[in-house]
Design a protein around this ligand. Sequence first.
Ligand code: RFL
Ligand code: PHB
Length: 394
Amino acid sequence: MRREKTQVGIIGAGPAGLMLSHLLARTGIESVVVERRSREYIEKRVRAGVLEQGTVNLMRETGLGARLDREGLVHRGISLRFEGTDHRIAFDELTGGSTITVYGQQEVVKDLIAARIAAGARLHFEVEDASVHEIGSSTPRLRYTVRDEEVEVECDFIAGCDGFHGVSRDAIPVDRLTRYEREYPFGWVGILASVAPSSEELIYSSHERGFALLSMRSPVLTRLYVQCHRSDTIEDWPDERIWEELHLRLETDDGFALAEGPVVEKTIAWMHSVVTEPMQFGRLFLAGDAAHIVPATGAKGLNLAVADVRVLAGALDAWYRTGSTAALASYSATCLRRVWRAQHFSYWMTTMLHRFPGDDAFQRKLQLAQLRWVASSRDAAASLAENYVGMVRV
Ligand code: RFL
Ligand code: PHB
């Protein structure tokens, strides 16, 4: 077995793990990142698309703004569509100037990988059997196998940034963790289509047939989602059925026309909320989807992952500079305030916009009353806007 040392061992090269390694390097802290997938795979994985103002600011402040500023699409609002009409929520007017930026998660990942490699980072792809050991001690260890060689890295700290299906969370004794969970009885079929978006801004549509979302990745790539049943599989959704439902659910009284194009990617994702508390045990710190997931309706998952590692990088920096454990000790509580705010916002958006199996006519009337209130009351619209662009204080 090969033995190495580092300051912070990081499992997972998603947005959380890569951003943590990037932020730590800026304060002179060394890390090793291990990722189970290939670089090509994670650079192509299509996921989130909406960056909050704070995520954009952090990327710019840390030297990752060049391509984001060239290619990211700044949006000053979104549209809520119901009863055949659009109702615009003007983020900039309602929040004192904040906006969101549409820039694919895999573009963020590409920029981070390029920056880490240019800085000579220890970043290992296609590792197997990553595991964490002795997390209760002052020298936790990260073990993995790469090209048939076993490696053990002695660390000061380990960050579990390995997503919802990772291994680090399970290293914490079950009796020390509490899991809070809510499953929604539906998911989203998502497609990426080679066609110019039919709208300049995102459209969140609440329709009798179910929810639909029009988003985009670039002036020539449209990202679209339709609500599906929990029991559906991707085979239940041939392209023709997806387009048919999108046309029905996005229709308006004034003849909105949805442009179709070749489908270049298709996935199905379930709406699910999970929070595990605390986000730390001994010298293992969980960040991003490893600790919590939210339904995608609020566009919060990637932004929460970035917010977590920003707090963690600051706390580790304080420990290395001054020996103070105060910020590390409050890491979990600090992050969980934002996590629960995002969890509530995502739940609120999800329940306002989707059809639940068994919903009756009364329920639909309530939903429409709520949508009309959000669309017509400045205070209600401002609360959506404040949460969507990202809470500054939580
Ligand atoms: P990731 O991105 O899942 O990265 C974890 C990494 O760890 C690796 N890994 C391991 N590596 C080594 N050993 C192991 N044993 C490992 N196990 C796992 C994985 O291969 C992976 O590379 O987690 P991270 O970094 O916490 O980032 C979280 C985000 O990916 C996630 O929250 C968002 O994609 C959620 N999300 C959205 N978030 C937003 O902020 N805005 C959006 O608009 C948005 N839209 C979405 C979304 C997620 C979606 N899906 C697919 C659920 C839309 C959808 C459809
Ligand atoms: C996306 O563009 O993939 C996207 C946008 C908004 C969401 C979820 C996903 O709420």
